[in-house]
Ligand binder design. Sequence first.
Ligand SMILES: [Fe+2]
Length: 383
Amino acid sequence: MSAILEMPKKVVEGLGTVNVLPELLLENGIRSAGVISDPAVIHLDCVEKVLARIEESGCSVRIYDRIYGEPDFESINRLCGSEALRGCGAVLAFGGGSVIDTAKLYCAIAVNPEFARSPENPALIEKKGLPLFAVPTTAGTGAEATPNAILYHRQKKQKMGIVSRKMIADTVILDGEMTAGLPKALAASTGFDALSHAMESFVSKKANPYSDMFALEAMRLIFKSLVPACRDNLADARQDMLLASFYAGVCLVTASTHVVHAMAYPLAEEYHVPHGKGIAALLVPGMEEIRKSAGERMEHIASHCLIKENGACPKDGAGRLITAMRDIQQELGMDCGLAQFGVKAEDCGRMAEKALENRRLFDNCPADLCLADVERIYRGMLS
Ligand SMILES: [Fe+2]
């Protein structure tokens, strides 16, 4: 089996590294930068300060901060119709996955205007888009590492994955100072999203040497640092989580997620469950269901990532892995039941059918799950 590794060209990692942005822009000859962000992030002290420094360095800054959720046709039209970023030589995205996905689509449209007419068709992205500098302010989606953008079709109530390697960010800055103000619950659920990217990739049928390397290191960092990052807001732990989220993004591109992410789609589309929350709820029952088929790979994860007793590999590694995830959820006070989202027992069959329609993901699952299996997973999560 062959595997291709495609990543951003430059990745800068470390606390305080957002401050290299003015220098990077000058290095690249960019004299006019457009900023895409959301109304909360744009007023973070560290964002305001670095934007001021960029302007002081002689590069003009224009801001579009009206991103309120994941991109849909209407929000992309509004952004493209706005004069706010017209003529900018590069885009700086400060935000979580929705902001970075919007910025990827905007950069592609700015150079390939015909793509704006059918943003569901990535074949219309013929040329590389505007230079994109992505600065994630959550640690989980991995959007800064991938060629994907999720586009929501409001009328069809459907999420579409738009994929083009021409949308991969050029430069990524992973600065743990950017996630200092993240609410604990959001940091916890997005952390589980990153864990799911790495774990599903590691047991995926498409797992390969590249994805294994990134996935194992992502999981080791998450098991070590998710709790101190969320509970104690420790800077080093937050930095670990940003790095883990990036690594997990890299591995999902080449190996793919499957059962957990496919099952999260109906929750998001029908019940508007935020992506990270849905994944946090589904990861443990999803991995339990495929344990028979993925047991050996799960043992491998446990021996690499969990604290060993007396230096020995843990016995029943797959079971220990499940327990370790439950312990983290308990420690962080995460409610992972489906009832909180209004899901009822009679909805589970319909959701299972919808989840299984996503063959693009399910085909990568190491276990051959049928409708009854998927419905049983949903039902088991009701309480
Ligand atoms: Fe995800």
